[in-house]
Design a protein around this ligand. Sequence first.
Ligand SMILES: Cc1ncc(COP(=O)(O)O)c(C=O)c1O
Length: 372
Amino acid sequence: MCREDIKFFRNGLAELTPYIPGKPVEEVRRELGLTGRIVRLASNENPIGPSPKAVARMKNVLEEINLYPDGGCYELREALAGKHSLTPRHFILGNGVDNLIPLVVNTFVNSGDEVIIPAPTFAAYRTSTVVAGGIPVEVPLKDFHISVGDIYNAVGPKTKMIFICSPNNPTGTIVYEEDLKNLIDSLPPEVLVVMDEAYYEYVDDPRYPDSIEYLRENENVVVFRTFSKIYGLAGLRLGYGMARPDYVTQMEKIREPFAANRVVQAGALEALADNEFICQVKDVHQKGKQVICDGLVSLGINFVPTEANFIFADLGMDMKFLFPELLKRGVIIRPGSLWGYNTFARITIGTPDENQFFLEQLADVWKLFQQS
Ligand SMILES: Cc1ncc(COP(=O)(O)O)c(C=O)c1O
């Protein structure tokens, strides 16, 4: 029997819907009975995989998984502190940034506080806010960019937190250094800015801010980064937050005791040190980005210039029709309808082979629709 009285459940759940992830390859194979190649460019993963050194280290650790991990992530915080020239006390580790988003909300947001969230952006900010009893105040993007001016105008006496996703998911655009500085300089001291920089390592634009500088100045800023993207460890879940040590102390009170598992802690230590591998991934990414952009241009498809490992493109026809056609041909992308852009798709940049396959299938489907 199903309970129909939504009031039985926590306030706010009535206005939420479950997160819709990119379709898994196995599901597409099962549902469509496909036996041939399937390319998944739907979840902004690193298509090359993790550093082989990280994999080797993690294999060794498998023998020790009867033991709980180090909940305080001592070695990893030391390594991250060295990398970012901060202290270990500036860091908090979580089971993915997905795990840190509710943590930061639950640490700072009281029921009735307003949380400013650009729209569209990563869905978890709104979900966590609503669950905590906060009030999401959505600020529409301007020309696919987060508008820092509009965010500032939305700040009121109840504002507690501002989420800024940069590069923004799903558009791939960044917030510029000058705009961020103006915002932080003019905010009241009780407003916390949370920078989600999950795609930080892919950014080339020199106007991208070094948000860690604000931490050194003890500003009201929390910065998130992840091992899921360029480090290729999405399947093991590890993200980190950086904040003033006094803020981290409060977050520590409610974090899961063992949010970062033993295997990924070991893998992340190796992955962080393997700069050569990260350069290799970045190189494949940059070449792939060029190939996809050129391919889209040659098909006459408009897209938003991106600083991330995905491209938000206007494929020019309703994804209701296009998405299933691409699936049938073994291509999984993310339909823009999820964010209210019905003719758009978010396409992850893949390996050279995957990019080529995607462009061929897209050209094929385009031809089909143009003939009909
Ligand atoms: C902007 C943004 N933040 C956070 C995440 C989740 O990161 P993690 O895998 O570390 O939970 C994603 C995943 O796609 C993302 O796009």
